[in-house]
Design a protein. Structure first.
Length: 218
């Protein structure tokens, strides 16, 4: 019986993995990625070609299609950033060749500055998605460059209802475990699922938040 149950569980997980993988391939490789901008009002308001390029590639990067780097990013790791930012400099040419050898496609804006992008392969798309699927909140999750000495701790304290709760400083969520009057009464923010972000409808909102909304909130 144990072997049978274990076999069923393993097959179930494999089926889920296979279905998600097929869905990722269909969405990321067979669906024209430009279609996502059809109803994007922000994109439609952009006037210059350069602004549209930046918006497109930044959006595609945030949605997990590719890696996107601008000239400032290409030059960030060099020994002389200012020299690298000069158009036609030897240092810039070296960086361009380096990125091309790494599989990046190099293009230029109308002002001559470079940008580079590299599509994720199918295995990378799948690994990236599953690698981000489970998120664990912890005191070192948040970073504030203006506050290097940010307090980081997990502690027990009463919440706004006067009920005991597990709180966190440095976490994404202030309350890791708390209680209230709504089912299931005890709630946690320690472990969560990350299905990505919604776009363009509910732009920037977690998919989990969108799919759990009632129809009246849509």
């Amino acid at each position: 019986m144990k072997r049978y149950i274990l076999g069923r569980v393993i097959r179930s997980f494999f089926s889920i993995f296979a279905v998600v993988t097929i869905a990722l391939v269909l969405v990321y490789t067979l669906t024209p990625r430009d279609n996502i901008f059809t109803t994007d009002t922000t994109y439609q308001k952009l006037k210059s070609a350069d602004d549209k390029i930046k918006y497109k590639y930044n959006t595609w990067e945030s949605l997990g299609y590719l890696r996107f780097e601008e000239q400032k990013d290409l030059c960030a790791s060099t020994s002389d950033y200012d020299a690298c930012m000069v158009s036609g400099s030897d240092l810039l040419k070296e960086q361009v060749k380096k990125y091309e050898s790494d599989g990046y496609t190099i293009n230029t804006y109308s002002d001559g500055k470079y940008y580079a992008y590299k599509d994720y392969s199918v295995p990378e798309l799948v690994l990236n998605w599953f690698g981000r699927l489970i998120e664990v909140d912890h005191p070192w999750r948040m970073y504030d460059g203006h506050n290097e000495n940010m307090e980081r701790k997990v502690y027990i304290e009463n919440d706004y209802n006067g009920l005991p709760a597990i709180k966190c400083a440095g976490c994404e969520h202030k309350y890791l475990v708390y209680m209230d009057g709504s089912f299931p009464f005890i709630h946690q923010n320690i472990v969560g699922l990350n299905f990505g972000i919604s776009y363009p409808t509910f732009s920037g909102v977690d998919v989990t938040a969108v799919i759990t909304q009632t129809q009246g909130n849509a």
